[in-house]
Design a protein around this ligand. Structure first.
Ligand code: PBG
Length: 323
């Protein structure tokens, strides 16, 4: 029956009515906060391209996570930003590297928080690419060995979830096998399955000092025009043993999140990336949009699209707003 019998506004009249029929609810339990870890002690260094975000040393990361955990944040995702970079990304797989140190400090400060770590070489290589480079090409199979070494030191330090973001073919299976061989069969893998070659990683690359010295990442990250291919990536990662699959970035790829949600029974994660964060912060700083409302609206959109796990630099502010 159409108007005037049907009047959708009847259920929008009061906060109580609106609450009663609300379809999507955000929960801090599904939030993951990404953190950049640098060497040293007592470091809390502002990131210029990401106002309100900081680089932490392992000790201050521990203190910060204690605060986040009290806010109800479920998990953190750690990115290492080492002093030393070389062609092989050697700092990525040192037992006492910045990420293993931070894992131990965080586990001590907040024993019940979930610790996830990004596995990729771009923050550790001098050329800024996510794998080994030969004659200007990023090599696939030789890179897998190094990623597995990196995943292993993270898992041995106590990471609960390993999150490979490099987009090499076959890395989920390769890493799974290495972890299992080393008796780490309980460490989970969250695969960056549909990771697009996106302009929205710009601020992150400043934060992590990982801008490629030549070329771009289009030979390994996905073409933004492709949705069908995202399903293929998800199915491959699922077959190789992924426990969680991810779509990244989130906002420009809500349709992909929805399609992936409909095609897998695994939990689906979505990453609201640095550019999505900085864009909103910049507009809010100019008074063009209401920051807090925009935070909740974008996160609700990601949840509504079908994400179970939401990775966002806004996690702490959103947790405050949801209290
Ligand atoms: C590393 C990695 C990147 C991001 C997560 N892991 C950068 C990239 O691929 O260039 C981006 C995260 C963000 O922008 O917030 N490969």
């Amino acid at each position: 029956m159409a108007y005037p019998s049907s009047r959708p506004r009847r259920l929008r009249r009061t906060p109580g009515l609106r609450g009663l029929v609300r379809e999507t609810t955000l929960s801090t339990r599904s939030f993951v906060f990404p953190m950049f870890i640098v060497p040293g002690r007592g470091v809390r260094q502002p990131i210029a391209s990401m106002p309100g975000q900081f680089r932490f040393s392992p000790d201050t990361a521990g203190e910060e996570v204690k605060r986040l955990h009290d806010l109800g944040i479920a998990a953190v995702l750690l990115f290492g930003v080492p002093d030393h970079k070389d062609a092989l990304g050697t700092s990525a797989y040192q037992k006492d590297g910045v990420v293993p140190q931070a894992i131990r400090a965080i586990a001590k400060a907040a024993p019940t928080i979930v610790i996830m770590t990004d596995v990729c070489l771009c923050e550790y290589t001098d050329h800024g690419h996510c794998g080994l480079v030969e004659k200007g090409e990023v090599l696939n199979d030789p890179t897998l060995e190094l990623l597995a070494k990196q995943a292993l030191v993270h898992a041995q330090a106590g990471a609960h979830v390993i999150a490979p973001s490099d987009m090499m073919d076959g890395r989920i299976g390769f890493i799974r096998e290495e972890l299992d061989d080393q008796g780490l069969e309980s460490t989970a893998i969250m695969a960056y399955s549909a990771k697009y070659a996106s302009a929205f990683y710009g601020p992150f690359r400043e934060a992590a000092e990982s801008t490629p010295a030549f070329g771009d990442r289009q030979s390994y990250q996905m073409d933004p025009a492709n949705a069908q291919e995202a399903l293929r990536e998800v199915m491959l990662d699922e077959d190789e043993g992924a426990d969680i699959v991810m779509v990244k970035p989130a906002g420009p790829y809500l349709d992909v999140i929805r399609t992936v949600r409909e095609h897998t029974d695994l939990p689906v994660a979505a990453y609201q990336v640095s550019g999505e964060y900085s864009m909103l912060m910049a507009a809010a700083e100019r008074g063009w949009i209401d920051r807090d409302r925009a935070i909740l609206e974008t996160l609700t959109g990601i949840k509504r699209a079908g994400a179970d796990v939401i990775i966002s630099y806004f996690a702490p502010r959103a947790a405050e707003l949801l209290r």
